[in-house]
Design a protein around this ligand. Sequence first.
Ligand SMILES: [Zn+2]
Length: 125
Amino acid sequence: MRRVSRNDMIFMAVLVVIAAAVFVFFSATGKESGAYVLVTIDGETYGTYSLKTEQEIPITQDGVTTNVLVIRDGFADMTEADCPDKLCVHQRAISKNNETIVCLPNRVVVQVMGSEESGFDSIAK
Ligand SMILES: [Zn+2]
């Protein structure tokens, strides 16, 4: 039984266009000079963020913002954290491939990734 309506077709076409746009966006931003950061919590991917886009990223766990990562001038810097030691806040801003900021108490790791290829290598378990 086929029940593909005209609206379904439009919906699928829109999805394909969005997927293509996202793919083009990520392949264009990912290949140039390094640069995005991968944020993981307890080994699980939280998100990836381009170092070219100035942004403030609240890292939330269980509805609580535990760390705030700021990306500015191509550097990623942990500006706020609720951990007791604040070691992550005191770490230098990072910009080069494989540099990391680690917040041990919150199990948050921020790592600079370069090309997609090397990125997949280093996240492989
Ligand atoms: Zn910390």
